[in-house]
Ligand binder design. Structure first.
Ligand code: SF4
Length: 95
């Protein structure tokens, strides 16, 4: 049996985006003062990155693991986190 890479495994998942209500909201003003920015290397889906010196985040592709909420030094303030509404979010598939 061929072993799949992380990217291949993530690629079989299906995401239903909720365009009206993001389940994770990031306060970029608070994040701009955060030096370690652990979310940029802890998110397994690599949804946090630095672009033009500013934190960039897109909730599309979120695995709903909660890691960003746990590692954030400003937890509960910089990252507003909740599960997606019913029918939205990740649908795990096993290729
Ligand atoms: Fe990334 Fe997990 Fe946070 Fe989603 S919940 S943005 S996958 S760390």
């Amino acid at each position: 049996m061929k072993r799949l890479t992380i990217e291949q495994l993530l690629g079989v998942n299906k995401f239903v985006l909720d365009d009206e209500q993001a389940h994770i909201k990031v306060n970029k003003q608070i994040c701009s003062g955060c030096q370690p920015k652990p979310c940029t290397f802890a998110c397994p889906a690599s949804l946090f990155s630095i672009k033009d010196g500013e934190l960039s985040f897109d909730y599309a592709g979120c695995l709903e693991c909660g890691t960003c909420r746990v590692v954030c030094p400003h937890a509960g303030v910089a990252i507003e986190w909740q599960y997606p509404r019913g029918g939205f979010g990740v649908h795990y598939r096993y290729g």
